[in-house]
Design a binder for this molecule. Structure first.
Ligand code: FAD
Length: 456
């Protein structure tokens, strides 16, 4: 049996980053990956969606300039070329991860691994013994078994469409559904989103949600909330999505139905019952703040444990697990996790909304600042708004929501402020480069106390 310090099952962002980090600390690590390293994120998730969204944003920007007669025409584009280059970008990143693993001495075993008792992993007819095992098997798209679901595509199918569909019904108005809805709508696909919940983004700052809904409607997206998909039928020319909305049956004919109704944990190679591994009701692996499962020496990180189900959360959970293995105390849950939805424009938030702050017992003040009053935003033709939730008593920053261009970059700045509890006095003394979009985060925080100079 081959001996290792750490055996990692799954080479997604959680698994590969933990293994590289472990190797940097002198531990002998192996990663088992049955498809491609980089997992969902690099191959069929974060990166390919952002590639599609980025080109869509570029087109929207050009269209705006055409409407102002600054550009003469919007030109045409090749969806096939977009898809081709998307593949090249993801391929480059996957090779980069393989290179880093090799450079750091991490052994990559290609094949489906099976976890056995006492931290033994079997793969390709070979057994490996680990002092520690980390389960990082991620998640896969969830297909809701409505009649006709076999005609639907999932997010992976949508990302790999060879041709741009003229129309698409998106079942599910969550992060993945909205991102793909925005990208395809900007490319010219007629998009209808069918969401069962009465509202979109229910846990986000309401004022920002109202703006993003308006923006998505401007892109031509039909947003149906409180609408339950009943079935998908084949018609002569394509598909018909049949749903119930306002107590009545209605339908939309389309070329593709994208099912984006969530993801389920991937327990391939993990027979939880036989191993005695504890799962919760959602079939997610139960872990403590150090990512320890109930099995000695076995940790779990990333989508397979539920929680945020974001790549950067998987990285952070990997760091918490490795810290525990190294005898350090760095549990998860001590720093705020920024959350981005790459709609057009982008929606990013960190920390508490006004509502959540009230529920937590604070007396929050909401400061706002519009892109329309920021020099850089005007120069770039960007629109949107920043919302800062501040604690009236202590003056501390509790949460920030940014809706607009570059929100996913600016939220890192806001996340530091939330993590550090930056006070209004500290914001006053902070110098932010001018012109920059980040000035708006400072202005929003100051506005909560009536101290923003540039807010009318
Ligand atoms: P995964 O990335 O799912 O990797 C798990 C790996 O384990 C896979 O490669 C799989 O092949 C392998 N595996 C499973 N079982 C075995 C086995 N038995 N043996 C060997 N290998 C095995 N997150 C963000 O933070 N930002 C985004 O913008 C974003 N966009 C997304 C867009 C889409 C369309 C999707 C689907 C997801 C998106 N996500 C995003 C979520 C993100 O991709 C996941 O949170 C992240 O990939 C989880 O990482 P992970 O390491 O837990 O698992």
């Amino acid at each position: 049996m081959l001996q290792f310090d750490i055996l990692v099952i799954g080479g997604g962002p959680g698994g590969y980053s933990l293994a590289i980090n472990a190797a940097k600390h002198g531990l002998k690590a192996a990663v088992f990956e049955k498809e491609h390293v980089g997992g969902t994120c690099l191959n069929v998730g974060c990166i390919p969606t952002k590639y599609l969204v980025d080109k869509a944003i570029a087109m929207e920007k050009v269209r705006k300039l055409v409407s102002k007669e600054i550009f003469r025409d919007a030109g045409s584009f090749s969806f096939q070329k977009i898809q081709k280059e998307k593949g090249e970008v993801t391929g480059k990143l996957v090779s980069g991860v393989q290179f880093l693993m090799k450079k750091n001495g991490v052994e990559l075993v290609t094949g489906t691994a099976e976890l056995k008792k006492d931290r033994v992993v079997a793969c390709n007819g070979q057994e490996y013994q680990g002092k520690y095992v980390v389960i990082a098997t991620g998640s896969v798209p969830l297909m809701i078994p409505v009649p006709g679901h076999e005609y639907c595509i999932d997010s992976t199918g949508a990302l790999n469409l060879p041709k741009l569909p003229h129309s698409m019904v998106v079942m599910g108005g969550g992060v993945i559904g909205l991102e793909l809805a925005c990208a395809f709508a900007a490319y010219g696909t007629e998009v209808t989103v069918v969401e069962m919940m009465p509202e979109l983004m229910p846990r986000e700052q309401k004022e920002a949600v109202r703006i993003v809904i308006k923006e998505m409607k401007k892109l031509g997206i039909r947003l149906l909330t409180g609408a339950r998909m009943l079935r998908v039928e084949k018609t002569g020319a394509g598909l018909r999505a049949v749903y119930e909305v306002d107590g009545k049956e209605a339908s939309t004919d389309c070329q593709q139905v994208l099912m984006a109704a969530g993801r389920k944990t991937n327990l391939s190679g993990i027979d939880a019952q036989a191993l005695g591994l504890e799962l919760n009701a959602k079939q997610q692996i139960v872990v403590d703040a150090h990512q320890r499962t109930n099995l000695p020496g076995v940790y779990a990180i990333g989508d397979v444990v539920g929680g945020y189900q974001l790549a950067h959360a998987a990285y952070a959970e990997g760091e918490a697990a490795l810290a525990d293995i190294l005898g350090e105390d760095k549990p998860m849950g001590t720093v705020p996790v920024p959350v981005c939805t790459y709609t057009i424009p982008c929606f990013a938030s960190v920390g508490l909304t006004t509502e959540a702050a009230k529920e937590a017992g604070y007396e929050p003040l909401l400061g706002t600042f519009n892109y329309e009053a920021n020099g850089m935003a005007l120069a770039e033709g960007a629109s949107g708004a920043v919302f800062a939730v501040m604690d009236q008593a202590s003056g501390k920053t509790l949460g920030v929501t940014i809706l607009g261009e570059n929100a996913s970059e600016m939220i890192a700045f806001a996340a530091t402020a939330v993590a550090d509890g930056t006070t209004v006095d500290q914001w006053e003394r902070m110098i932010v480069a001018h012109p920059s979009l980040c000035e708006m985060v400072r202005e929003a925080a100051l506005d909560a106390f009536g101290k923003s100079v540039h807010k009318g």
